[in-house]
Design a binder for this molecule. Structure first.
Ligand SMILES: *[C@@H]1O[C@H](CO)[C@@H](O)[C@H](O)[C@H]1NC(C)=O
Length: 418
């Protein structure tokens, strides 16, 4: 099946809350924002999937990103991503907006660092391969073709909006897209919440080669969270120092077609190449903030005999390469490539991390550091009365289930042909 047409793309600038941020405070602040926005963006009964990029602008309670490793900031940012994606799912369910389905929305989340004064001038505007976390200047320089920018009411959001618009207009001949402000609710004050929840636990290992695995069938928010967290973890080389130029590697293991034939609604499982292409397109959209990404991109199709021999290898500049590898067992390259040092998993696949490390120990290899992303709470931000009946609950969960997406596609096909 060809990927569904994608357009138009909108941007929502959302100020991150002060830490500690809980699902309840996020709901209080932004549920009304998303309720107003999501239904406006879709084209129901069409094949179009509209895209919404949510740029979360870090608040002063986050450590300045230039002064902290990705390993150290990982827990805070994965929580931020997971909570925001969860709220999107909940609001999608309540407002009957489909996610990652024709006639619905494709939501992608990344983070912006607004504190220029705390960054060295050698990186401002130059973090073209540092997504999903870049400075505002870099973000704007990427000239993404947004047809609308949404922001929320309030002083902080206005200040962010001003930085973005100013940067936009300083580009030669560029006209900023139309703006619109949306309502937001009050943040919940947390008693004693002014202390930074980020504890400096001393030196941590920095990761230059990270891995993730999955089926990635009909890419949905659960996959997006996992992939975004993986890209986040791979430590960018600092443009400020010529020392550390070690390139980064990301290994994305994608289950081979043979292992999926017995899946439910197997006739609408996407082929390995479709899953690989859609995964790569998503990864690029959260990693690369370059004006002309095609000019720095190289794609190789490798097909060698033996396990993990089929690879689509995408390289951006000399800074990062990504292997999209066909896997035929639960381990993939994690037990054939010693240079990998970290593995990103979801809470549901914790056992897989242990199995990988048992095998590596047997080989006398260093174990992988395992990073876990939260299981999405599709009922996040909803009252008990709203998730009261079973139907509603299923409605949330269907947004993050490939099986459910396949069931609906299967049914649509059957009714069209019969
Ligand atoms: C990626 O794939 C290439 C080609 O198969 C291989 O040489 C390399 O070791 C793989 N892994 C990494 C981390 O680059």
């Amino acid at each position: 099946m060809a990927p569904v047409p994608q357009e138009p793309v909108s941007l929502l600038l959302l100020p991150a809350l002060q830490l500690p941020s809980t699902p309840a405070s996020l709901k209080s602040s932004y549920r009304s924002t998303l309720e107003a926005l999501l239904p406006k963006l879709i084209q129901p009964n069409s094949q179009t999937i509209s895209r919404l990029d949510i740029a979360i602008v870090l608040s002063p309670s986050y450590p300045v990103t230039q002064s902290i490793s990705r390993t150290a900031i990982f827990p805070l940012l994965q929580t931020l991503l997971a909570q925001t994606y969860s709220l999107v799912c909940s609001v999608g369910a309540l407002t009957k907006v489909d996610l990652d389905f024709p006639g619905g929305l494709d939501v992608r989340i990344f983070a912006l660092e607004p504190r220029n004064e705390a960054l060295s001038s050698s990186i401002i505007g130059k973090q073209t391969l540092s997504g999903p976390l870049v400075d505002i200047q870099t973000f704007v320089s990427a000239s993404r073709p947004y047809n609308a920018i949404y922001s929320v009411e309030g002083e902080t959001a206005e200040a962010h909006l001003k930085s973005v618009i100013t940067a936009w207009q300083s580009r030669q001949g560029a006209v900023a897209p139309p703006l619109q402000r949306l309502p937001s609710g009050p943040a919940i004050a947390h008693p004693g919440g002014s202390a930074s929840p980020y504890a400096d636990d001393g030196p941590v290992e920095v990761h230059k080669s990270v891995a993730v695995g999955g089926t990635f069938d009909h890419l949905h928010i659960g996959h997006k969270l996992l992939l975004t967290a993986t890209v986040l973890l791979a430590e960018p080389s600092s443009p400020a120092s010529s020392q550390d130029k070690k390139p980064r590697h990301i290994t994305v293991g994608i289950t081979g077609d043979d292992l999926l034939v017995n899946k439910k609604y197997g006739s609408v499982v996407e082929s390995w190449s479709t899953r690989q292409e859609r995964t790569a397109e998503f990864v690029e959209s959260i990693l690369v903030f370059h004006t002309d990404s095609n000019s720095i991109k190289k794609t190789e199709y490798i097909n060698e005999p033996g396990p993990n021999g089929k690879v689509v290898r995408v390289t951006y500049g000399d800074d990062i390469s990504i292997n999209y590898t066909e896997i035929i067992d639960p381990f993939g390259p994690t037990i054939t490539d010693e240079s990998i040092t970290a593995l990103v998993i979801s809470g549901e696949t914790r056992a897989g991390g242990k199995a990988v490390n048992d095998k590596r120990k047997e080989k006398g290899w260093k174990e992988l550091e395992v990073f876990e992303v939260d299981v999405l709470d599709a009922g996040a931000g909803l009252d008990d009365s709203e998730i009261g009946d079973k139907q509603e609950k299923q409605n949330f969960e269907s947004k993050i289930s490939s099986t459910e997406i396949r069931r609906r596609l299967h049914e649509a096909q059957t009714s069209a042909s019969g």
